[in-house]
Design a protein around this ligand. Structure first.
Ligand code: PBG
Length: 324
């Protein structure tokens, strides 16, 4: 008889496949990124991310409640200030009345400790030039001056009720600076989900619309080059040494090898962010009838889990959690 080995036996029925599936997906593994915008009368759909909106405070509350009832593990909040409120320092990021801090207070009031409330700790939504940090006289992004702003922003987010901060700006030393700032301000219990391996990516395109970004140019002087693998290990070592409580790889689908490397080496939980462009690609192909939307969503998120993510940030978090 030939062949002797028949792997297909374990694929024969849905029940056998379910029995031997190595990777699982549960609602608690999923984090929903959300946008709250200042000055809107009603939620505004993001055209390049059909199904995702910029929320008003009221619609934010309702959507967060729905996500938490569906069982998602956490929420990651981004703020979209009014254009006239942006400036070179990104002042509204650390203003208690800035839209992100107001959104955080609202969600923490609503939800208490029933979910994990996370905040994007980065200036790009709040600066008039759209960079993730403040600029030096020559127009370059000034690393150390930016750290001072991140600390102010972090303390404001902790005061507003965030459980976990997500520093996403890729400034050197940001995790250590924020850790020290939080501890000094009496927020030793507020943790950091470090954006450890964050690559300069064309797939962030729709996010720029989502937050009304004014960026001209790119972020290649601070985000990683997609050609590189080794430096992610260096970034991991640095973030761990500086006090990261969790680490993240981003984007997800084009960086699954990096995710596997980080997952194998990390002493702390690992997250991956299925970003706006990944959402947009699957959504657009499905709208054209070119792929099976629901199957593609489940396959993509399962693959990110298989590559080593304990936690997946995805704009489909509520939908997937509901389906599960
Ligand atoms: C920076 C930030 C970005 C994203 C999350 N945080 C944009 C960027 O780095 O250019 C992208 C998320 C997405 O594309 O879904 N604050």
């Amino acid at each position: 008889m030939f062949p002797v080995d028949r792997p297909r036996r374990l694929r024969r029925t849905p029940a056998i496949r379910r029995l031997v599936a190595e990777t699982s997906l549960e609602p608690r593994h999923l984090v929903l990124p959300m946008f709250v915008a200042d000055g809107l009368d009603s939620p505004r759909e993001i055209s390049s991310m059909p199904g995702v909106v910029q929320h008003t405070p009221d619609s934010l509350s309702a959507a967060a409640d729905e996500a938490v009832r569906a069982g998602v593990g956490g929420l990651m909040l981004f703020g979209v200030p009014r254009p006239e409120d942006k400036n070179g320092q990104g002042s509204m990021a650390s203003d208690p009345d800035g839209i992100l801090n107001k959104g955080l207070r609202r969600l923490r009031d609503d939800l208490g400790d029933s979910t994990v409330l996370m905040a994007d700790t980065c200036l790009d939504e709040f600066t008039d030039h759209g960079h993730c940090g403040v600029l030096a006289a020559d127009g370059s992004v000034d690393n150390d001056a930016t750290l001072v702003r991140y600390v102010d922003m972090a303390v404001a987010q902790a005061e507003s009720g965030a459980h976990l901060l997500g520093p996403s700006g890729m400034m050197d030393g940001q995790i250590g600076a924020i850790r020290e700032g939080l501890d000094t301000a009496g927020f030793a219990d507020v943790g950091q989900l470090a954006y450890t391996a964050k690559y300069a990516s064309a797939f962030y395109g729709p996010f720029r619309e989502a937050v009304g970004s004014t960026l001209r140019g790119d972020r290649r002087t601070y985000q990683q080059d997609s050609a590189n693998r080794r430096e992610s290990m260096r970034e991991l070592d640095l973030d761990i040494a500086e006090g990261a409580d969790m680490v993240m790889v981003k984007p997800a689908m084009s960086y699954l090898d990096i995710l596997r490397d980080v997952a194998d080496a990390s002493p702390v939980p690992v997250a991956a962010y299925q970003i706006s462009g990944e959402y947009a690609m699957i959504t657009a192909a499905a709208q054209n009838g070119w792929i099976d939307r629901d199957a593609a969503i489940m396959e993509s998120v399962t693959s990110i889990r298989r590559a080593g993510a304990d936690i997946v940030l995805t704009y489909w978090a509520t939908e997937i959690a509901t389906r599960l």
